[in-house]
Design a binder for this molecule. Structure first.
Ligand SMILES: Nc1nc2c(ncn2[C@@H]2O[C@H](COP(=O)(O)OP(=O)(O)OP(=O)(O)O)[C@@H](O)[C@H]2O)c(=O)[nH]1
Ligand SMILES: [Mg+2]
Length: 300
């Protein structure tokens, strides 16, 4: 019998790049969701579980809400809206940049919160780089736009405010019925298979090292994943959307691929707790971002 008395699902919503994935990783204390300075990093709904004392929080990280320009973008936006359904609570994540305002993605998300009557907390992220006094007009605007249960400034980077966030959120978790089991075993962090995380870690490194549209046109897929005697042999295929991108991804004498591969391997070793042999391949599938068949193949 577990000691867990409350368990619920919580979606993380917001425009691209506000730090939703960073926040989820910081909350669960492990890097499950990839993070980058480029917008539209997250493409799927990613579950991260925090089991603490009597509470189990099942976080659902989502892609940043944006105006889509490809079939992949359409699916990402659909994922955002789908993740608003059937959750117990939501975190609307924003950052305070420039003049206080409610932008289009935030307005759309607030509309959805209203329609679903979803209990929500407004999370103001990146307080480590904002003037405290600059937050006040933002708080006033958002407090008038929706009946948020709380408005909590945090920093996913420094951890500031996260304890407050977790304790406020605990009040929004539904109690488990007598004999009802929590959604996840106590030691589980995610429902993402290791082979999916491995492919995502490679994609993250490419987002950091590539520029302009190139990383957004990259998909990654684990082709093989074998664990033997404490060593994981992993092969990941990198798919580019244009022939001309392939050489850039590989880099001069393979330099970019080597660098990205080493970095991804180190992250995998940390998370999986074993040595990793990583092999990367690059293939081209023209305009895959607009192919229903390819999108399905890549799990989007
Ligand atoms: N200074 C600072 N930077 C942060 C913080 N949280 C996230 N970042 C940075 O913001 C950028 C975006 O972070 P992500 O977590 O990928 O943002 P996201 O909202 O998941 O973005 P999408 O997946 O594209 O929607 C990265 O460069 C992070 O390092 C924070 O609290 N402080
Ligand atoms: Mg993200």
């Amino acid at each position: 019998m577990s000691d867990i008395k409350r368990c619920g699902t919580v979606s993380l919503l917001g425009r691209p790049n506000v730090g939703k994935s960073s926040l989820m990783n910081a909350l669960i204390g492990e890097k499950i969701a990839i993070v980058s300075p480029k917008p539209q990093t997250t493409r799927n709904r990613i579950v991260g579980v925090l089991t603490e004392g009597e509470n189990q929080f099942v976080f659902m990280d989502t892609p940043g809400l944006h105006a889509p320009k490809s079939k992949l973008g359409d699916r990402m936006v659909k994922t955002v809206y789908e993740t608003c359904e059937d959750v117990d609570a939501a975190l609307l994540v924003i950052e305070c940049r420039g003049e206080a305002r409610i932008g289009k993605p935030e307005a759309l998300l607030i509309e959805r919160l209203k329609a679903m009557e979803l209990p929500a907390i407004l999370v103001i992220n990146k307080t480590d780089i904002a003037e405290k006094s600059a937050l006040l007009p933002w708080i006033a605007l958002y407090a008038a736009a929706y009946d948020f249960r709380e408005i909590i400034p945090v920093s996913a980077k420094t951890g500031e405010g996260l304890d407050d966030l977790v304790s406020s959120l605990a009040g929004l978790l539904p109690p488990l019925e007598e004999g009802e089991e929590p959604l996840f075993p106590e030691d589980e962090l995610t429902d993402q298979p290791e082979r999916v995380i491995a492919a995502e870690f490679v994609r993250e490194r490419l987002l950091w090292h590539l520029e302009k549209e190139i990383p957004h046109g990259v998909a990654t897929q684990t082709e093989s994943f074998e664990e033997k005697d404490g060593v994981c042999e992993i092969a990941v295929v990198i798919v580019a959307e244009k022939q001309s991108h392939k050489g850039i991804i590989i880099g001069k004498q393979g330099s970019l691929l080597k660098k990205a591969g080493t970095e991804a391997r180190l992250e995998m070793e940390k998370l999986f707790g074993c040595r990793v042999y990583l092999t990367l391949y690059v293939r081209v599938k023209d305009d895959w971002r607009n192919s229903d068949f390819m999108l399905k193949e890549f799990g989007y």
